[in-house]
Design a protein around this ligand. Structure first.
Ligand SMILES: [Zn+2]
Length: 189
């Protein structure tokens, strides 16, 4: 089993969850919401062979923590995994959408420069904007996505993407409506 989007550090007690995932032989991408959390997660999973930590800045936090953008960019050199990043267009975060888009674009540019990254992208209420940025940054190997705009009208413009891979991702964000979600995996695990 592979969980490509797990907020390990949001469990009340991550230790037993990590130990159990390890025992079951699960592959996990632990997404993080701030660069500081990335460093904390790296310490938490030390010695666990199948757990990887992604570095990110959650779009819901961009308005108050955009000063940490360059920290994320630096830490990207230390991991193949980037997330959680993206844009949130829901009412509480709509006012920062311009800043969120700039920050998201910066992360995509940095990921492209470094190459070979796997991205986990949040797109609640902003699927079209997120796709625009992905295309603008020339990320051609976008393999899987879920989004209300994405599947029907935009799938042709993203090579290798399509409905076939959508179900792979559905189980990873329990409780969230898939129409609000976009996940982009640049390459395999
Ligand atoms: Zn998440």
């Amino acid at each position: 089993m592979i969980d490509t989007h797990c907020h390990l550090d949001l469990y009340p007690k991550p230790g037993p969850v990590i130990a159990e995932a390890d025992k079951r032989g699960m592959f996990v991408i632990a997404v993080t919401t701030t660069p500081k959390a990335f460093l904390g997660n790296m310490r938490m999973i030390e010695g666990r062979k199948r757990i990887r930590v992604a570095v990110g800045l959650h779009p819901e936090l961009v308005a108050e923590r955009h000063r940490e953008v360059e920290d994320v960019c630096q830490l990207m050199a230390k991991t193949k995994y980037v997330g959680e990043i993206g844009i949130d267009g829901s009412p509480p975060h709509k006012s920062s959408i311009k800043l969120q888009t700039e920050v998201f674009s910066r992360f995509l540019t940095r990921a492209s420069e470094l190459g070979g990254k796997i991205l986990s992208i949040h797109s609640r209420g902003a699927a079209a904007l997120v796709l625009d940025e992905i295309e603008r940054n020339g990320m051609e190997r976008c393999r899987s996505f879920i989004g209300s705009v994405a599947r029907n009208s935009r799938s042709n413009v993203l090579p290798n993407s399509g409905a076939g891979s959508v179900s792979d991702l559905r189980c990873f964000e329990a409780g969230k409506d898939e129409s609000f979600l976009l996940r982009c995996l640049a390459i395999g695990f």
